[in-house]
Write a protein that binds this ligand. Structure first.
Ligand code: NAP
Length: 246
């Protein structure tokens, strides 16, 4: 389905990003597996892709650092000719009530989740425009759609990703580039594993389908949006959340 396509997945060392990278590769894409700190885990992602017969390359950079992003995209473009599919998945949480939230915790979440998404889009958009094709898929969150007590920084960053998605969809539409967001609900990864059991139980009661999702649930939607089957979809926010945000 994605043979001949080059996909860059940010934050692909583990969790949802790893599953996205594996699923895109299983569908034929050559995948750039970005990571920031977890080199060993990024290697595990690549090993899983390669052992299934797929093609990938690990690449270390912080999405929050515009120079690192720009250098990485230049290197990928020089080697592979360009990026066809960009998946902005890298993200962090620094949860806490605003009263107690440090400025640093607010800024770092915005810098990674929102500005990181801006940085990669800015770096790839020129060559995608020249190629007159491209797919950009941004991972937002149910918290960005509904808001969440204790996650003001994270929810603001993810709501920002939605505004960025819609604006970029409008800016890039004439060049046959689609830009969509996925808003996952609660998905079983390291990010949600740290939640206390009582919070997990309270959250589960708010999910109509009655359970957390899996990284595969998100990876399948990314693959669909990256494929030819989704060529008439742009500027959308697709909730993959067991019905939480309906
Ligand atoms: P995770 O298991 O904590 O993984 C986060 C990934 O982001 C890691 O690969 C990490 O790489 C990478 N990352 C963090 N900062 C980075 C940076 N500055 N530059 C490049 N990569 C960076 O999280 P997850 O649960 O899979 O979440 C993935 C995405 O889905 C995030 O955007 C998250 O907000 C979103 N999401 C998750 C859920 C959920 O329930 N899990 C729900 C809604 C939305 P290193 O370890 O190498 O730094």
């Amino acid at each position: 389905m994605l043979h001949g396509k080059i996909a860059m997945v940010t934050g692909a060392s583990k969790g949802i990003g790893r599953e996205i990278a594996i699923t895109l590769a299983n569908n034929g894409a050559t995948v750039i597996v970005n990571y920031n700190g977890s080199q060993e885990k990024a290697k595990e992602t690549c090993d899983l892709i390669e052992s299934a017969g797929g093609t990938c390359e690990m690449m270390k950079f912080s999405v929050a650092d515009s120079e690192e992003v720009s250098t990485a995209v230049k290197d990928i473009t020089a080697k592979y000719g360009g990026i066809n599919i960009l998946v902005n998945n890298a993200g962090i949480t620094r949860d806490g009530l605003v009263m107690k939230m440090s400025e640093e915790d607010f800024d770092s979440v915005i810098a990674t989740n929102l500005k990181g998404t801006f940085n990669t889009i800015k770096a790839v958009s020129r060559q995608m425009m020249k190629a007159r094709e491209g797919r950009i898929i941004n991972i937002s969150s149910v918290s960005g759609v509904l808001g969440n007590a204790g996650q003001a920084n994270y929810a603001a960053s993810k709501a920002g990703v939605i505004g960025l998605t819609k604006s970029m969809a409008r800016e890039l539409s004439t060049r046959n580039i689609t830009v969509n967001a996925i808003a996952p609900g609660f998905i079983t990864t390291d990010m949600t594993e740290i939640l206390p059991e009582d919070i997990k139980e309270t959250v589960t009661k708010q999910i109509p389908l009655g359970h957390f999702g899996t990284p595969k649930d998100i990876a399948e939607m990314v693959t669909f949006l990256a494929s030819g089957k989704a060529s008439y979809i742009t500027g959308q926010v697709i909730c993959v959340d067991g019905g939480m945000a309906m």
